[in-house]
Structures are given as structure tokens and as C-alpha cells.
Ligand binder design. Structure first.
Ligand SMILES: [Zn+2]
Ligand SMILES: [Zn+2]
Length: 84
């Protein structure tokens, strides 16, 4: 029972940093928005999961990086678009 529960939880934990869609543990791209779930760390360049809080290679704060990226994207979305 507990094994099944933890397995299901692992799958749910693989959440996209962009749209919060829960992906399977083997997913490389988000099933909700197509965004990659792996990105090179800004500190050491190693491929890291966006769901990790800190880079396993250099300890960079990935959460802060994702947060600033989401805020930047939100700021862009806020801009009025001229589509006349
Ligand atoms: Zn997504
Ligand atoms: Zn790193």
C-alpha cells in the first residue's frame, strides 16, 4: 500500500514550473504546456529538473530562478498587445 502511495506521489511531484501541470516521473517535457522539465542550471550548466529546489551540481537556488522567470513571463503577459 505505502509503496503504491509513494509511487503515485512521486509522479504528482513532477510538476511543471511553468503551468503547474503534474507530469509522470519519466517525462522530459510538460504534458500541459510542452515546456521542458529540464533546463541547464544558471550556475554550472548541468541539466537540472525544474522541480528541484537547489541544483545538485552547484547548490544554486533554482526556485528563485524559476520564480523570477515566471514573474518575467507574467510581466510580459501584462503588456498590452496590438493585434488589430
Ligand atoms: Zn507546463
Ligand atoms: Zn548548478
Amino acid at each position: 500500500m505505502s509503496i503504491t502511495e509513494s509511487a503515485a506521489r512521486t509522479n504528482l511531484d513532477f510538476v511543471c514550473g511553468k503551468c503547474s501541470h503534474a507530469n509522470g516521473s519519466g517525462a522530459k517535457f510538460c504534458g500541459g504546456c510542452g515546456h521542458t522539465l529540464f533546463e541547464p542550471c544558471s550556475g554550472c550548466g548541468q541539466s537540472v529538473r525544474l522541480t528541484e529546489k537547489y541544483c545538485g551540481g552547484c547548490g544554486a537556488d533554482l526556485e528563485a530562478a524559476i520564480r523570477s522567470r515566471i514573474e518575467l513571463r507574467r510581466a510580459i503577459d501584462w503588456l498590452p498587445r496590438c493585434k488589430h
